[in-house]
Design a protein around this ligand. Structure first.
Ligand code: PNS
Length: 171
């Protein structure tokens, strides 16, 4: 039987402890997990990390886990899922706001590719309020984000900020 492959898609700018928890739990649902960093060539939104940097950070964070792979994708998630033979999308749900957004995407993805299922996992309550957007904002404004990201990610945030913070740039 072939490997059951799950995708954990997102922007991951940067990957947080909340994301890490979801990826590790997804390993219980599949043989292999692909952390899929979605990006759009048309997107004007400047992130904190480039897509290549996000992928590299995810690889570093999961260096201990051979069943986790990181990859960037462009275009539709369903096309990426088809190209990688993935049958499952796994996402974390923190808030009602997440639910509305994620359910809409899950239903549309189901319409586009019926054999691709989406499952939602409840977050670790310790990370239920953590988002990459808040991490970027707090770090940019000089706050401590050490409790919310892996040491490797923290080091890259500090290197990126380089002591000179630019409020608003990465929000
Ligand atoms: O960090 P996010 O906002 O949860 O990431 C969203 C992402 C990249 C997973 C989502 O926007 C996505 O799947 N984009 C790919 C384009 C696509 O398939 N759009 C139609 C979805 S119904």
């Amino acid at each position: 039987m072939s490997d059951r492959i799950a995708l954990v898609p997102g922007s991951f700018d940067p990957i947080t402890l909340g994301h890490e928890d979801i990826v590790r739990r997804a390993l219980a649902l599949a043989d292999r997990v692909i952390v899929a960093v979605g990006h759009s060539a048309q997107s004007q939104k400047q992130g904190m990390f480039t897509v290549d940097e996000r992928v590299a950070l995810i690889r570093e964070v999961f260096a201990d886990e051979p069943r986790v792979e990181a990859a960037a994708f462009q275009g539709l998630l369903v096309d990426f899922a088809r190209s990688r033979g993935a049958g499952l999308v796994v996402k974390g749900l923190r808030t009602v706001g997440d639910f509305e957004y994620e359910m809409q995407m899950a239903l549309m993805n189901r319409r586009l590719l019926p054999e691709l299922d989406t499952v939602f996992l409840a977050p670790d309550p310790a990370h239920a309020f953590v988002s990459a957007t808040l991490i970027r904002q707090i770090a940019t404004l000089g706050g401590d984000v050490a409790p919310f990201v892996s040491p490797a990610v923290l080091a890259r945030i500090h290197a990126k900020l380089g002591g000179a913070r630019s409020p608003g740039v990465w929000t």
